[in-house]
Design a protein around this ligand. Structure first.
Ligand SMILES: NC(=O)c1ccc[n+]([C@@H]2O[C@H](COP(=O)([O-])OP(=O)(O)OC[C@H]3O[C@@H](n4cnc5c(N)ncnc54)[C@H](OP(=O)(O)O)[C@@H]3O)[C@@H](O)[C@H]2O)c1
Length: 286
């Protein structure tokens, strides 16, 4: 289970102006998705957002598409903002921080979605005691159904944490975890959509095998997964109890479950999350 972290320690800033001018550095797939959600939800006005990308052509295209300023100049973007959202690839994070360092101050805040880069590394590279927060969203954020884990660095105030929650709620659900759990989050919900797609693909194939048209089988598999997931989230019931409710004595479901157990689905999924978590840990240590 996740454990809520304590508020900022005594002596650390406990309040301050909530940032309103946002710089999104590296507005690619994930940060671009977030950017669009912030605009849709009205969290930031278009004139208060500046985004950056690596290529000029992409900057022009994104500016035209979103109606915001998009540049390739990270330093300018940070000078014009008080909240920085880092969306570049993990291997570019330190280089970008080095670039923007002259414009950073303790009055600004840095949020990062880069996998595997710790808040302590971000704080150190920033070179000032500014609030740093990490977020690990997943790809269903694209349709507002994401799962995002947040963890805070040393100087994050309750007001900034609340702002981060509002920002990531615009693309789905959020949980607050201790930083030591971020690799596990990467292994479970970060990589998780891929596991579920494989399960859905297999269920759809199974439907075809037992005679259903492929589109019907795919729809039934996906809606069944959505329904089951919603039951867990909305009822708060343990998945095992919900499973028991589907399993009538001597019925069909029990036969299906027997096959799943014999095939080792449960253990396989556990091992998949363990392996992905270990890989995230390895990347974090590099
Ligand atoms: N995708 C996911 O499921 C997911 C989930 C959680 C977290 N994340 C994190 O999100 C980050 C980005 O992943 P992504 O999949 O969105 O990658 P992506 O689509 O390749 O986005 C990276 C963006 O960074 C821009 N960029 C590269 N170097 C730059 C620089 N020096 N200054 C400014 N912008 C620069 C690129 O610009 P151009 O467009 O011009 O090339 C691109 O728009 C990663 O750190 C990853 O760990 C991703």
């Amino acid at each position: 289970m996740t454990k809520k972290q304590k508020n900022a320690a005594p002596g650390q800033p406990s309040e301050g102006p909530v940032p309103s001018r946002l710089a999104v550095l590296g507005a690619g797939k994930m940060a671009g998705t977030l950017l669009q959600a912030f605009l849709r939800s009205g969290l930031f006005a278009p004139e208060n957002i500046i985004a950056t990308v690596q290529h000029e052509a992409r900057a022009a295209q994104l500016a035209a598409q979103l109606g915001i300023t998009v540049t390739t100049d990270n330093l300018r973007a940070v000078r014009e903002s008080d909240l920085i959202l880092l969306g570049v690839k993990p291997q570019s994070v330190l280089e970008v921080l080095h670039q923007i360092r002259p414009a950073l101050s303790a009055r600004k805040a840095l949020f990062s979605i880069a996998a595997a880069v710790k808040t302590s590394a971000l704080e150190e590279a920033a070179g000032v005691a500014l609030p740093v927060l990490r977020a690990m969203p997943n790809t269903p954020a694209l349709i507002g159904c994401g799962a995002t884990a947040l963890c805070r660095g040393r100087y994050v105030t309750p007001e900034l944490l609340a702002l981060a929650e509002r920002m990531f709620l615009s693309v789905g659900r959020t949980v607050l975890v201790e930083e030591k759990h971020m690799d596990a989050v990467t292994g479970l919900s970060g990589s998780g959509p891929a596991y579920i797609y494989i399960i859905l693909e297999a269920l759809a194939e199974a439907g075809v095998k037992v005679g259903l048209p492929r589109d019907v089988a795919t729809l039934l598999a996906a809606q069944t997964a959505l329904g089951a997931a919603s039951m867990v989230l909305q009822t708060g019931s343990h998945p095992a109890l919900l499973k028991d409710a589907v399993t009538t004595p001597a019925g069909c479901t029990m036969d299906g479950i027997l096959e799943l157990e014999e095939g080792g689905l449960r253990v396989t999924l556990i091992k998949a999350v363990m392996r992905a978590t270990a890989r995230a840990r390895e990347l974090a240590a590099q």
